[in-house]
Design a protein around this ligand. Structure first.
Ligand code: ADP
Ligand code: MG
Length: 263
């Protein structure tokens, strides 16, 4: 149902008590190499609670690597990444907790192929959050309904369209009640007619106050949903702007060239 919220409204007493005066996500002087390839160069970035940040830039500029460092799918060589002021853990139990706080949706549909949609949804809440099975299933069905795929719950992923699978992937990430959602080109592998059903879910999440970092080439989405746009090239952040400023008056020649190719 389109008018229904995706995210549950939190009662005031349930709001986090941590210090919220700083940014939710912060990268400071982050450096990353793959062998001799220098992929992230002095990355400095802050994302506030409720902010929607869209990351754009040419292929190979380090957008995916930057996203993957934020939930430690990639390590960093130096610098620091903080969530609510706490530096990311390097390993161990804290890493599982961190991954639960950072939801991620990838370009390729990364559902478990040999599990039903419902099982895909409940696996992590039961294992990582220690949620009772019944509660996890209730939450799963609720979230599936909100992204419009509840009728698919008992099917296998391969029986769903790409757009449906990507909406399940979003719902699955939300089931962990993450503080921030990372989207890495979530619509790039979709047939064109399915792009909007996924973008609509992302726009609704943005409107409901979810903190989001989105790598995307969907410039209509960026203009509509982004609070800020970051432009990356060759491992560096070259610009951070309001969407209208970025699209209408890019500050660098690199960004102007990039925009002239994709718009
Ligand atoms: P983008 O998402 O902007 O296209 P990526 O972060 O995927 O860029 O890649 C940045 C650079 O790092 C590219 O040159 C890519 O080939 C390289 N790269 C990415 N992942 C790896 C890896 N696991 N090992 C070696 N090189 C990698
Ligand atoms: Mg990428």
């Amino acid at each position: 149902h389109p008018s229904e919220r995706i995210l549950p409204e939190k009662p005031a007493s349930d709001r986090p008590v941590k210090d919220k005066s700083g940014p939710l996500v912060e990268l400071a002087h982050v450096e990353k190499h793959f062998g001799s390839l220098h992929v992230l160069k002095d990355i400095n970035l802050q994302v506030d609670t409720g902010e929607v940040l869209v990351v754009v830039g040419p292929s190979g500029s380090g957008k995916s690597t930057m996203c993957r460092t934020i939930n430690r799918l990639e390590s960093i060589d130096s610098g620091v990444i903080r969530i609510e002021g706490e530096p990311l853990p390097q390993e161990g139990r804290d890493l599982a907790r961190l991954r639960a706080e950072v939801g991620m949706v990838f370009q390729s549909f990364n559902l478990f192929a040999n599990k039903t949609i419902l099982e895909n949804m409940t696996l992590a809440p039961i294992k990582v959050r220690h949620m009772p099975k019944k509660d996890a299933e209730d939450l799963a069905m609720d979230l599936l309904a909100r992204v419009g795929v509840e009728s698919q719950a008992s099917k296998m992923p391969s029986q769903l369209s790409g757009g449906q699978q990507q909406r399940v992937a979003i719902a699955r990430a939300l089931a962990m009640q993450p503080k921030v959602m990372l989207f890495d080109e979530p619509t790039s592998a979709l047939d064109p007619e399915m792009v909007n059903e996924v973008l609509d879910v992302m726009i609704q999440l943005a409107q409901e106050g979810m903190t989001m970092i989105c790598v995307t080439h969907e410039m209509g989405f960026a203009r509509q949903a982004a609070d800020h746009i970051v432009f990356m090239a060759d491992g560096r952040i070259l610009e951070k702007d309001d969407p209208d400023d970025f699209f209408d008056h890019p500050q660098t020649q690199r960004a102007a060239d990039f925009l002239s190719k994709i718009l």
